[in-house]
Design a protein around this ligand. Structure first.
Ligand code: GLU
Length: 319
């Protein structure tokens, strides 16, 4: 027998949307753009809508000119999107409602630790591998200890997810079944603004996102995001974390790597078709001699063919 409480939260008639959600804190590099291409291909090849969201919660680093150049780069590659672009900075009310819901569910706690505290506690010798996780110093404070921390620090706290060390399983379309312990991520910042790990869940839901395709540097935050969705009664999207593009030093691609943006590569004499062809080949979606167009990529797209390893961006002029 099926009981109401076991029904999924929503049963969309249309396939959930795919999305790309850049932070407008600088120009996109070819790695970011390759991820956007893969997200677009995943959505469009299955007839799903594709939406954009500008993740501009960090008001110090977000700039309208970066947003403009990011959208222009996506369009220059030939990627299109449905409906208006969502801006996170315009959704504070919805983020606050979700925050209140989590607080009422007893799944938040205030934390006064500085970044340095977290780094120091997490760099204890037994704990060097893996991502920086919150070690839990503020997790179980009594009301009295909280008042003392508030008084002594003289600062507003951040609010963290009480993940209760839950293990969350999720399926990744490329990596298969994954399981991770939830980190007590920050969901509300000390400057009274929503944090990425809350806003991303609320806004993916608002944009009816059914499939999250993003760089695999974000996979460690997925258990926390999936748990936040569960607590809020939001159906989880499916996930596809794609390998990153690296610089010649095999570190994450950055400005120091030279010509990494579309503008720089075009200035160096490379063309859009060459760049798209490199993206497709390096991602495992085309062979060396195959002609590459977006239409051909759409027809042949199969997430199972995606490369599982990161790739180094060739120097300008060598695509
Ligand atoms: N805004 C994030 C970034 O630019 C991506 C968030 C996501 O895809 O979930 O890294």
């Amino acid at each position: 027998m099926l009981c109401m409480s076991t029904l999924p939260h929503s049963t969309p008639d249309l396939p959930g949307a795919g999305r790309y959600a850049p932070s407008p804190s600088g120009p996109l590099h070819l790695g970011n753009l390759r991820t956007a291409l893969l997200a677009w291909l995943a959505a469009r090849s299955s007839g799903a809508p594709f939406v954009l969201r500008v993740e501009d919660l960090d008001c110090e680093r977000s700039r309208p000119e970066h947003e403009r150049s990011q959208l222009a780069d996506l369009a220059a590659l030939g990627l299109d999107w449905d409906g208006p672009v969502m801006r996170q900075s315009e959704r504070l009310r919805e983020h606050r409602d979700a925050f209140e819901q989590l607080r009422a569910a007893g799944r938040l706690y205030p934390c006064w630790c500085t970044r340095a505290d977290v780094r120091e506690a997490a760099s204890a010798p037994h704990d060097t591998a893996g991502p920086l996780r919150y070690p839990g110093a503020c997790r179980n404070l009594s009301a009295q200890e909280r008042s003392r921390r508030a008084r002594e620090s003289g600062r507003e706290p951040v609010w963290r997810l009480d993940g209760r060390s839950e293990r969350v399983r999720f399926d990744d379309l490329l990596r298969g079944p994954c399981e991770g312990v939830v980190d007590d991520v920050v969901l509300w910042r000390a400057d009274d603004a929503p944090a990425y790990n809350l806003a991303v869940v609320v806004d993916d839901d608002a944009q009816s996102v059914g499939e999250v395709v993003r760089g695999d540097d974000l996979i460690d935050s997925t258990p926390a995001q999936a748990l936040v969705a569960d607590i809020l009664g939001i159906a989880r999207p499916s996930y596809l974390h794609v390998p990153l593009v690296l610089g010649a030093d095999r570190r994450r691609l950055a400005k120091r790597d030279g010509a990494v943006t579309l503008e720089q590569r075009l200035a160096a004499g490379e063309s859009i078709p060459q760049i798209v062809a490199w993206m497709a080949r390096s991602a495992g979606l085309a062979g060396a001699g195959d002609p590459v167009t977006l239409d051909a990529l759409l027809r042949a797209f199969d997430p199972q063919r995606l490369a599982r390893e990161p790739v180094v961006l060739p120097a300008a002029g060598e695509l």
